[in-house]
Structures are given as structure tokens and as C-alpha cells.
Design a protein around this ligand. Sequence first.
Ligand SMILES: Nc1ncnc2c1ncn2[C@@H]1O[C@H](COP(=O)(O)OP(=O)(O)O)[C@@H](O)[C@H]1O
Ligand SMILES: [Mg+2]
Length: 238
Amino acid sequence: MAGRPEPILVVEDIHTAYGLSRVLFGVSLGVAPGECVCLLGRNGVGKTTTMRSIMGLTPPTSGRVAWKGHDITREAPFRAAGLGIGFVPEDRRIFSDLTVWENLDVAERRTRPGGFTTERVFELFPALRQLRDRPGGFLSGGEQQMLTIARTLMGNPELLLLDEPSEGLAPLVVDHLQAQIGRLKAEGLTILLAEQNVDFSLALADRVYVLEKGHIRYEGSSREFRENAAIRQQYLAL
Ligand SMILES: Nc1ncnc2c1ncn2[C@@H]1O[C@H](COP(=O)(O)OP(=O)(O)O)[C@@H](O)[C@H]1O
Ligand SMILES: [Mg+2]
């Protein structure tokens, strides 16, 4: 499209399977620098698998993943991370015996000047500063989600893959998380969000892809999607 910036992440016709069980059937998407793109879909449609394919955790059997023009399709996950892709998995993997500060400190990677430090992360997530000496295991679900995102930021990603961050959180907590992610977007981070929560996604996303049974069924701006009741009903049962 004329005027749209070149995507920094390109996923091209990927097919991904777990053993003989095929999950993705030709998924293509793109994310431009500074964009927040949401991959929407019901449970089990392949959102997590798409993210695992991008990270190299479950490499696609065919198709291509390119990051900043480099083919990373069959690169190891640590390579994708090293190249600036941060993955926040849905099962908030924090160290429950380490304090908030320790969880962040062990994740720090001094890869470039001006990168994230615990201090900068505490500025972005003031609630975490209050909790800095509390063990991860004693945080609420919302606090753990914040810590998981904050810890990923310590690796200095340019692109953040957020897998269902709102899942299992109370509505007020979801609102707070939405504001926090909005701040990351304002900081210039590029975000690919996988979600089932449509309101949460539309508050953050510039563009939306709808995934169903491993196929992309819809692609459009958040505004177009908001106005398209038929698509929401057909693929998200709203
Ligand atoms: N490790 C796995 N082994 C086998 N099948 C899996 C595995 N992980 C997910 N699947 C299957 O792949 C499909 C898509 O899963 P997933 O990508 O997790 O969907 P979503 O994130 O949209 O809920 C589901 O049918 C799920 O059962
Ligand atoms: Mg998932």
C-alpha cells in the first residue's frame, strides 16, 4: 500500500506442525516499525504457534520469517532474541523465589547504550518499584504479567511478541495493563499482540489479523475491524 512503511517483521506463508499435527496453513503477516499489530482469534486457532514459529521455538516446515530483511526462519530462539525480538509467553515464566528486582537484574543484557536498565523499567512500571523486594511467587496475576513484560524488556527488544497478556486477569487489572502496554508503544516499541480479548486489543492495535484454524481470515485497520460486525461474529463469536 502506498505510504505504508516497510515491515520490519515479515511472516510469509508459514506452515507449522507439531509432529504430524498440522496447525498453521500458510500464515502471512507483516509488522511495520512502531506499529502495534494484533493477532486475534479464539482458543486453539494457532496464535501461540505463530509466535513460536517467529521465535524459532517451533520452526515452520515451510514458508519464511524475515526480521529486518534477514531470513531467521530456522534460526535458534536465542538468535531471534539476540537480534531484537522479545517473546512474552502466555505462561508468565518468572522466578518465583527471586525478588522482583532480582528477576529483572538476571535478565539485563547490556547490548547497547541507552538500553533498558532496572531503573528505566521501574520508571515505566512504577508499581514494580514498590514491589521490588517481593519474591515473584508472592505477586498477583497482574503483577506477574507486568514483571514478565518488564523482564523481557531487559533484553532490549525492538519487537515485543505479547502472547495473551490479558488472559485470566480481572477487568480492572486488564485496564491497567492496557495503559502500561500503551506506554511501551509510545516509547516506540513495535508490538505483535496475540489476543482473544477484542476490546483490549482494539484499544492498542493499529491493525488486526484474525486467525481461524491456522488461516488468516481477515486483515484490516482497527477502525475497519471495529465497524465490521460480521467478521467479529463469524470468527470471534461476539
Ligand atoms: N506442543 C503441542 N503439541 C501438539 N499440539 C499442540 C501443541 N501446542 C499446541 N497444539 C495444538 O495446536 C493448535 C493451536 O494451538 P495454539 O497455537 O496454542 O493456539 P492458540 O494460541 O490460538 O490458543 C491447537 O489445536 C493445539 O491443541
Ligand atoms: Mg495461545
